[in-house]
Design a protein. Structure first.
Lengths: 504, 118, 499
C-alpha cells in the first residue's frame, strides 16, 4: 500500500470541511457548557447559533470565492474519499439548508429553559453532520451511517423533555418506528449489495443500466429490495404510508426540535431519495420503471391524505405535521418528473420550506411557551396580542399555502411547471387541487389570528431578541425567495442536473 | 443453482443440534437426586430478600455507556497499531484526532459527574 | 412611470409603518397619509393618461425587464386601450374609498389603511401586467388585503364571507395557474404579446386552456352560476371594501376575459361565446329577480351587480367593436354607480346601523340632499338616458344585436337582456320608494342629519363622472377605439383561418 494515497487532496479536504467544522463546534459547545455558570446558560445556544452561521459562511464562501465544489467536475472527479461521498452542487445546497435550519432553530431554542443545555445543541449539530453526510453520501454504507447518525440524534432530541410524558412517548415512538424503518432499509440495501456486489450507488447504477446485469429470475428480489429502500426513505420524508410517526413525534417533541425534524431532516431524506433514484441505482430513471409507478402512487396519496387529515386537527403542531406530510407530497412531484428541472424545483421547494416551516414553528414555540399548550385556540386574536408574531406566522402560512408574493408560490410554480414539462399535467392538476385543500386549513389559522378575538388580548407575548432575529431572518428568506427567486432557482437547477449523471 | 443452496440447507438442519445436544445429554446422563438445597435459586450465596424485580442504579447504564468510549477506542486502535509502519505520519495524526474526540467525550461525561457513585 | 404609479401606494404603506418608530403614530395622521397617497396615485394615473397615445392600438409606456431568466419570466408592465380606463377607475375608486373610510373605521386604523393601499397597488398591477406570471402574482396578491378588509372590519358574518370569498377565487385561479404553465411551457415565454403571436403552439388545447382562464375570471366577475360568494362578500364587507369590490375587483374578471381569453384563444372564444352569453343573460335576469326579494339594501345592490355584470359579459362575447367598447365602458359605469350606491348605503348605515328597508321610509324629508343625490345615482344604475348607465347598456345591446358570434339570431339575446333593464328599473325604483318616500314615521329616522361636506364631496366626485360619461361618452370611447378595433380584427382573422 502506498502511504501517500492516505493523504487527502485539497478538494477532498474541502469536501468535508463543513463536517469537520461541525465536529469542532460540537466539542466547543460541550466544553463551553461545562465552563458556564448556570445563570449564563443561554450562551451555549448563542455559541451554537453563531458557530453554525460561521460554518454556513465558510460553506457559501468556498463556493463564492473558490467555486468549490466545482460544478464542471466529472462524476468520477466529484466522487471523493474512495467514492464514499460526492461533493457537488447538490451537497452544497443541501448543506446550506441544514446550516440555515440549525442556526435558526438554535436561535429560537435559546430562551426555552428546558433546552438550555450543552447536550441539546450538541445533538442538533451532530444531527446536522448526519444530514450533511446524507446529502453528500454516494455509497450505501455511507448513506446508512449518515442516516443513523442523524436519526439517533433526533430520537434523543424528540424525547429530550424527560419530565414531559408526551415528549418521552414521542421519543420512544419515533425511535421504535425509526429503528424498524432503518432495519428494513438496511435489509433492502444489503439485498442490492447481494445482487450487484457493489456499494457505490453510481457504480450500481451503471451496472444496473447494462442489460442482463440483473438476471430475470432475481428481478423480483431486486424489486423487493427497492420496496424496502423506499420504505426506509419514505419514513425519513414522512411520505404516506410511512407517516404514522409524524403527527405523534411532531406533537410531543419540543417545538424547536419539531421545526428541525420537519425541515432539515425532511430535506436530508429528500437528498438521499432523489440522489439514489435519479442516479438510477434502483433502475433507470424513466417512466417505465416499477419504482416510478410506486413513487407516483406515494406522491398522490401523500399529498391528498396529508391535506385532508390536516383539516381536522385542533392542535397546531399536529396540523403542521400533517401539512408537512402534504408538503412532502408536492416535493415528490419534483422527483417523479425525473428531469433535472424537476429535481432542481424540488430542491428549491425544500429550500423555501426550511425558511417557511422554521418561521411557523418559531411562532408556535413563542406562543406555546406563553400559553402552555399547542391548541389552536391559543392563536385566537394573536394579531392583537403580538402583531409581529402574527405577521411572521401570516407570511409562513401564505408561503405554505402558495400565495404570492411568498416563496411558497414560486416553489409550487416551479414544481408544477416541472411536472407539466415532463408531460405529467395530470399530476400537476392533482397537486393544484391539493394546494386548494391546503389553503383551507392554512387560512383558518389566519382566521384565528386576525379575525377571532380572545379574552387574553391584553397579555402581550414576550419575544426575545434572539427569537425575533430568527423570525426576521426566516421571513426575509420567504420574501426574498418569493420576489427574487431567479438566482436561487438557477442554482438549484444547475444542481438538479448533477442528479442525473448518466442521462445526456 | 440448487447445489449452491444445499450447504445452507445442511447448515440449517445441523445447527439446532449443537445447542440442543448438551441439554439433551445432560438430561440423559445426569444423576437425579433432588434435595431442598438444590431447589434454591442460588445453590451457593444468599437468599434473595424481597422482590427480585428492582431498579438498577442508573449509574450502571452510564458506566456502560462510558465504557463504549474505551471499547471503540480499543477496536480501532488495534488495527492501526498493527499496520502502523505502513501508514505513516498522517495516519498517526488522524489517530490523535480520533482519540482526542473520544477524550472530549469522556471529559464531558466526567465533568457532568457521570463517574461519581453517589 | 407605470411601475412608479403601481408601487406608489407602497410608499404610503412604508410611511405609515414608519410612524411608530418616530412616535408620531396617530389615527388622524394615518388617515391623512393614506388619503394623500391615494390622491397622488390618482394624479399619477392622470399623468399616465396624458402620456397615453390614443391613436396607438398597441401596448404603451412599456416597462420591461427580465425577472427569472431561467423560465424567461419577465417583469413587463404596459398600458393600452383595454386597461387605461381600468387604471383610471382603480385610482379614482381607491381614492374615494380611502377618503370615504375616514369616519367608518374605528379600530385597527393602521392595519386598515395599510391593507387599502396594498390592495390598490395589487389592483393596478393586475391591469398593467403583460406577463402572465406577473399578472398571476398581482391577481393573487389582491386577495390577501381584501380577505382582511372583509374579515376584520366587516359585518356580523364577516368570517364566513371572507373565507368564502378567498376560497372561491382561489379555486378558480389555481386552474388558471395550470393553464398559464401549459402555455408558458409551450412557447417558453409568459409575455402575453409573444404568446398571442405564438398561439399556434397551444392551439390544440385551447378549449381547455380557455376554460382554465374562463372559470377563474367567471368566478371573479361573477358569472352565473359562480356568483354565490358575491352577495356574502359584498354585504359583509365594510363600505370601502364593497366599493372596491364592486368598483374594481369584479372588473378584474371582465378585464381578464378581454386581455387574455379573447386574443389568446380566439377560436375557443367563438366556440364558447353563445354559452357564456346565455349564462350572462341568466345572470342578468336571475340577479334582477333575486334583487326583488331582498330586504337588505346592501344585498339588493350586491345582487344588482350580478345583473349588471351580466351585461358586461354579454358585451364582451358579442365579440365585435360595439359590444367590447360597451363592455369596457359599462365596467367603468358599474364601478361608479354601484360604488356610489355602496357608499350611500354606508353613509346611512353609519348613522342608523341597519340596512333593512323596513326600518326606513320617508328619508327624503330628513335628508333631502342625500336623497336627491341617491336618486340620480339610482337612475344611473338603471340606465336612464343622459346618465352613464344608459350609454354602456345601450352600446352593449347594440353590439349583441349585430353580433355574428352569437349565431343566426343574436336579437334573441338582446331581447332577453333588455328585459333585464326593465327589471332593474323596477327593483331599484321600488327600493328607492321604500327607503326614501312615504311618511317619515320612524322616530329614529326623524333625527337623521343630512350629509356633511366631506361626504358630499365624495358623492359629487362620483356624480361628476356619472354625468360626464352620460353626456359626452365619446372621449371615453376614443381612448379604447383603436385597441378594441385591433382586437376584433385579430379575432376575426383567426376565426376566418379556422379550418
Amino acid at each position: 500500500m502506498n502511504p501517500q494515497s492516505l493523504l487527502p487532496s485539497v478538494p477532498e479536504f474541502l469536501a468535508i470541511l463543513p463536517e469537520i467544522s461541525l465536529v469542532i463546534l460540537i466539542v466547543a459547545v460541550l466544553a463551553y457548557d461545562r465552563i458556564l455558570k448556570p445563570a449564563e446558560r443561554r450562551r451555549v445556544g448563542l455559541l451554537a447559533a453563531w458557530g453554525s452561521i460561521v460554518i454556513l459562511l465558510i460553506t457559501v464562501g468556498l463556493w463564492v470565492l473558490f467555486r468549490e465544489p466545482e460544478p464542471n467536475r466529472s462524476l468520477v472527479e466529484s466522487l471523493m474519499w474512495g467514492g464514499m461521498i460526492r461533493n457537488d452542487l447538490i451537497t452544497l445546497i443541501f448543506r446550506v439548508m441544514f446550516l440555515v435550519a440549525v442556526a435558526i432553530v438554535s436561535l429560537i431554542s435559546l430562551d426555552v429553559p428546558a433546552l438550555q443545555r450543552g447536550e441539546y445543541f450538541a445533538l442538533l449539530l451532530s444531527a446536522t453532520i448526519g444530514f450533511s453526510l446524507m446529502a453528500a453520501g454516494s455509497d450505501m454504507i455511507m448513506l446508512f451511517l449518515a442516516i443513523e447518525t442523524a436519526s439517533i440524534s433526533l430520537y434523543i432530541l424528540t424525547g429530550f423533555l424527560t419530565d414531559d410524558r408526551r415528549s418521552t412517548e414521542a421519543g420512544i415512538k419515533y425511535f421504535v418506528y425509526g429503528a424498524f424503518a432503518s432495519a428494513i432499509m438496511l435489509y433492502g440495501l444489503s439485498l442490492v449489495y447481494g445482487i450487484t456486489a457493489q456499494t457505490n450507488i453510481y457504480v450500481i447504477a451503471s451496472l444496473v443500466a447494462q442489460s442482463g446485469a440483473i438476471p430475470p429470475e432475481i428481478n423480483g428480489l431486486f424489486l423487493l429490495a427497492t420496496v424496502m429502500i423506499v420504505a426506509g426513505f419514505g419514513f425519513k420524508i414522512s411520505a404516506v404510508p410511512f407517516h404514522f410517526w409524524t403527527p405523534d413525534a411532531y406533537e410531543g417533541a419540543p417545538a424547536p426540535v419539531t421545526a428541525f425534524v420537519s425541515t432539515a431532516s425532511k430535506a436530508a431524506g429528500f437528498a438521499v431519495t432523489i440522489r439514489v433514484f435519479a442516479a438510477g441505482a434502483l433502475g433507470a430513471p424513466n417512466f417505465d420503471s416499477e419504482w416510478w409507478a410506486m413513487l407516483v402512487a406515494i406522491t398522490i396519496v401523500t399529498m391528498t391524505l396529508g391535506n385532508i387529515l390536516a383539516i381536522f386537527q385542533s392542535n397546531i403542531k399536529r396540523m403542521l405535521a400533517y401539512s408537512s406530510i402534504a408538503q412532502a407530497g408536492y416535493t415528490l412531484i419534483g422527483l417523479v418528473a425525473l428531469t433535472p428541472d424537476g429535481s432542481g424545483a424540488a430542491m428549491f421547494y425544500l429550500l423555501m420550506y426550511v425558511f417557511t416551516n422554521v418561521a411557523a414553528f418559531g411562532v408556535v414555540v413563542l406562543v406555546s411557551r406563553e400559553t402552555g399548550s399547542d391548541d389552536m385556540q391559543d392563536f385566537y386574536g394573536l394579531s392583537r396580542r403580538a402583531p409581529y408574531l402574527a405577521l411572521a406566522m401570516l407570511f409562513a402560512l401564505l408561503s405554505l399555502g402558495g400565495i404570492p408574493p411568498t416563496a411558497g408560490f414560486i416553489g409550487k410554480f416551479f414544481i408544477f411547471k416541472a411536472a407539466v414539462d415532463a408531460g405529467l399535467w395530470w399530476l400537476a392538476l392533482i397537486g393544484v387541487l391539493n394546494a386548494f385543500i391546503g389553503l383551507y386549513y392554512y387560512l383558518s389559522v389566519v382566521k384565528y389570528m386576525y379575525l377571532y378575538r380572545s379574552d387574553d388580548e391584553e397579555e402581550r407575548i414576550p419575544v426575545s431578541r434572539a427569537a425575533s432575529v430568527a423570525l426576521a431572518l426566516s421571513v426575509l428568506g420567504i420574501i426574498y425567495l418569493g420576489i427574487a427567486a431567479g438566482p436561487a432557482f438557477e442554482w438549484t437547477r444547475q444542481a438538479g442536473a448533477a442528479f442525473f449523471p448518466f442521462s445526456g | 443453482m440448487l447445489a449452491d443452496w444445499q450447504f445452507i440447507g445442511i447448515f440449517l438442519a445441523l445447527s439446532p443440534i449443537f445447542p440442543a445436544a448438551p441439554v439433551i445429554a445432560n438430561w440423559l446422563l445426569g444423576p437425579r437426586k433432588p434435595n431442598p438445597l438444590k431447589q434454591q435459586t442460588y445453590e451457593c450465596g444468599v437468599e434473595t430478600v424481597g422482590d427480585t424485580w428492582i431498579q438498577f442504579k442508573v449509574q450502571y447504564y452510564i458506566y456502560a455507556l462510558v465504557f463504549v468510549v474505551f471499547d471503540v477506542e480499543a477496536v480501532f486502535l488495534f488495527p492501526i497499531a498493527a499496520a502502523y509502519d505502513q501508514l505513516g505520519l498522517f495516519a498517526a495524526f488522524e489517530v490523535v484526532v480520533f482519540v482526542l474526540i473520544l477524550a472530549v467525550g469522556l471529559g464531558y461525561a466526567w465533568s457532568r459527574g457521570a463517574l461519581e457513585w453517589t | 412611470m407605470l411601475t412608479f404609479m403601481t408601487f406608489f401606494p407602497l410608499i404610503g404603506v412604508a410611511l405609515i409603518l414608519l410612524l411608530k418608530p418616530f412616535n408620531r403614530e396617530s389615527d388622524e395622521l394615518i388617515k391623512r397619509i393614506a388619503t394623500g397617497t391615494s390622491i397622488v396615485t390618482f394624479i399619477l394615473s392622470l399623468v399616465v393618461l396624458g402620456m397615453y397615445n390614443r391613436a396607438d392600438p398597441g401596448l404603451q409606456l412599456v416597462g420591461r425587464a427580465v425577472w427569472i431568466d431561467v423560465l424567461n419570466i419577465q417583469y413587463y408592465m404596459a398600458v393600452d386601450g383595454l386597461s387605461i380606463l381600468m387604471v383610471l377607475l382603480t385610482t379614482l375608486i381607491s381614492m374615494l374609498a380611502t377618503a370615504g373610510s375616514w369616519t367608518g373605521i374605528e379600530h385597527q386604523v393602521k392595519q386598515y389603511f395599510v391593507f387599502m393601499l396594498l390592495l390598490e397597488a395589487g389592483m393596478l398591477g393586475v391591469f398593467l401586467a403583460q406577463d402572465l406570471f406577473l399578472f398571476y402574482i398581482f391577481w393573487e396578491f389582491t386577495l390577501v388585503p381584501m380577505y382582511f378588509l372583509i374579515g376584520i372590519w366587516g359585518g356580523a358574518r364577516r368570517v364566513y364571507a371572507s373565507i368564502k370569498f378567498f376560497l372561491y377565487t382561489m379555486a378558480g385561479s389555481l386552474l388558471m395557474l395550470l393553464a398559464i404553465l401549459y402555455m408558458g411551457l409551450s412557447n417558453d415565454t409568459f409575455a402575453v404579446p409573444e404568446l398571442v403571436a405564438g398561439r399556434s403552439a397551444f392551439a390544440a388545447a385551447q378549449n381547455w386552456l380557455f376554460l382554465g382562464f374562463a372559470i377563474a375570471f367567471a368566478i371573479k366577475v361573477p358569472l352565473f352560476p359562480f356568483h354565490s360568494w358575491l352577495p356574502d362578500a359584498h354585504t359583509e364587507a365594510p363600505t370601502a371594501g364593497s366599493i372596491i369590490l364592486a368598483g374594481v375587483l369584479l372588473k378584474m374578471g371582465t378585464y381578464g376575459f378581454m386581455r387574455f381569453n379573447l386574443p389568446l384563444f380566439p377560436e375557443a372564444s367563438v366556440t364558447f361565446a353563445p354559452t357564456i352569453a346565455v349564462l350572462a343573460i341568466i345572470g342578468i335576469i336571475y340577479g334582477a329577480i333575486v334583487s326583488f326579494a331582498q330586504t337588505d339594501v346592501k344585498r339588493l345592490v350586491a345582487y344588482s351587480s350580478v345583473s349588471h355584470l351580466g351585461f358586461v359579459m354579454l358585451g364582451i362575447f358579442s365579440l365585435n367593436n360595439l359590444g367590447l367598447q360597451g363592455a369596457i365602458l359599462q365596467g367603468v359605469n358599474h364601478g361608479l354607480s354601484t360604488g356610489a350606491l355602496f357608499y350611500l348605503v354606508g353613509v346611512i348605515y353609519e348613522k342608523r346601523h341597519t340596512r333593512e328597508m323596513s326600518d326606513f321610509g320617508g328619508i327624503w324629508r330628513a335628508m333631502p340632499i342625500f336623497s336627491a343625490l341617491t336618486l340620480i345615482i339610482t337612475l344611473s344604475s338603471m340606465g336612464l338616458p343622459g346618465l352613464n348607465g344608459f350609454v354602456g347598456e345601450f352600446t352593449i345591446l347594440m353590439g349583441s344585436m349585430g353580433s355574428e358570434a352569437l349565431g343566426p339570431y343574436p336579437w334573441i339575446y338582446t331581447a332577453f337582456a333588455t328585459s333585464g333593464v326593465i327589471l332593474a328599473a323596477i327593483y331599484l325604483l321600488w327600493m328607492f320608494q321604500r327607503v326614501f318616500m312615504g311618511p317619515l314615521d320612524n322616530p329614529e329616522n326623524q333625527a337623521l342629519r343630512d350629509v356633511n361636506w366631506g361626504q358630499l364631496a365624495i358623492i359629487l366626485s362620483f356624480l361628476v363622472f356619472i354625468v360626464w360619461i352620460g353626456i359626452a361618452p365619446s372621449g371615453y370611447f376614443a381612448l379604447m377605439d383603436e385597441t378594441v378595433a385591433a382586437l376584433v380584427r385579430s379575432i376575426g382573422s383567426a376565426v376566418v383561418a379556422m379550418p
